[in-house]
Design a protein around this ligand. Structure first.
Ligand SMILES: [Zn+2]
Length: 129
């Protein structure tokens, strides 16, 4: 299925940015520490500041991507299809399958072996309260 391609590419892109930011801030911190050890505080403090804010920024972006993916999974609520046997009135519930539509002939009725008909298709509502 091709639907998941776009979000996956975005998160890979984000992870690449986070990795670069993280690497740059680590470099900045290291050069800041080196400058500090050389007692060159004029260079040390800006470098440490850039490194620290870079680390904070990458941590923040990481949290953002985490939140985005969790939102994405919440949105993926299951879609159900109810089947109704026209002959004996037997009702069945199953997961939505590609190509399902209302009044379409579906599987055989487990009771009377008559073809069942799709009665309704609905998205499972999120439980509230
Ligand atoms: Zn039946």
């Amino acid at each position: 299925m091709g639907e998941t391609k776009t979000p996956r590419r975005i998160s890979t892109f984000f992870l690449a940015i986070i990795a670069v930011t993280l690497a740059l801030s680590i470099v900045a911190i290291f050069s800041g520490v080196n400058a500090y050890l050389d007692e060159n505080t004029g260079t040390a403090y800006p470098s440490l500041l850039i490194g620290a804010s870079g680390l904070a920024l990458s941590a923040y972006m990481l949290l953002q991507t985490r939140r985005r993916t969790s939102q994405f999974t919440i949105k993926m609520q299951p879609v159900n299809t109810t089947l109704l046997c026209q002959k004996c009135g037997f009702k069945n519930l199953r997961e939505f399958q590609r190509g399902d539509y209302i009044f379409k002939e579906a599987e055989e009725c487990p009771k009377c072996k008559e073809k069942m008909q799709i009665n309704s298709i609905y998205r499972e509502a999120e439980e509230k309260e």
